[in-house]
Write a protein that binds this ligand. Sequence first.
Ligand code: PBE
Length: 301
Amino acid sequence: MKKRRLIGLFFIALLVVPLITACSSQLKPYNIKEKLGPQVNYTITGIDAGAGIMASTQTAITKYDLSKHNWQLQTSSTAAMTSTLDKAIKDKRPIVITGWQPHWMFTKFPIKFLKDPKNVYGKAEHINTIVRKGLKSDKPEAYEILDRFHWNPKQMSSVMLNVNNGMDPEKAAKQWIKANPKMVSEWTKGVPKVKGGTMKMTYVAWDSEIASTNVVAEVLRQQGYKVTIQAMEIQPMWASVSTKAADAQVSAWLPKTSGLYYKDYKGKFEDLGPNLEGAKVGLAVPKYMKNINSIEDLNNK
Ligand code: PBE
């Protein structure tokens, strides 16, 4: 081999070897005997920046003094986070994620919520239905159905799971409605059919909200409305109902997760109360991280 080429190879090796070792520190299985922080680069894997769970996690980082220990929250998306989680679990690697329920991540992956002794995320959440002012007098039939709409985490999860497995959300909603006539009639019984009314709903394209919004939209369609649903960021969604640009949204995670928006727009919308109870938001890790059970453990272990 020529001397020049050898020197070239040497420099390539100089570049590549540290790169490989830098990556491999994040590719090792979880080591219960070592501190967790360095094993995950002090990173909490999060979702889209606007999500309430991201704001709550920033609060958690402050309240649990995590920033002092270099912990940071990485912004991504639900899809990217769950795919990173999937890969980590296949290799038994450590990972800390922003987690919530109902969501298929808790059925698909062996993960657990971390205890939250400082109560940053709140114990339980409910999801409320929020409508624009004046809907009751303008479209009493839609209002009545939206007011009655409620279901449980199991029912929401079944729609979510179908969508996650590739089913079109509208089809998944139709199928659920067909399979649950008793539930649906609780929302529609005695409500007169309409002819030619329109309804506009807004939502954020989180899996849970894709499921609920499509189900409600489909029920309203079967009532006779022409319904459009529009996905947007969380802030415009709250603004749309508060400015009457949209009629309704069923995506208000409360009291904490969407709490800031609720406060900001208070007085400009009508809150029809919970459509789902027993939701939960927090930080989560795979169950094989046996010694990590509380957010406080992120600092100590
Ligand atoms: N979530 C799911 C949302 C609401 C729905 C918990 C990720 C959030 O605002 O954080």
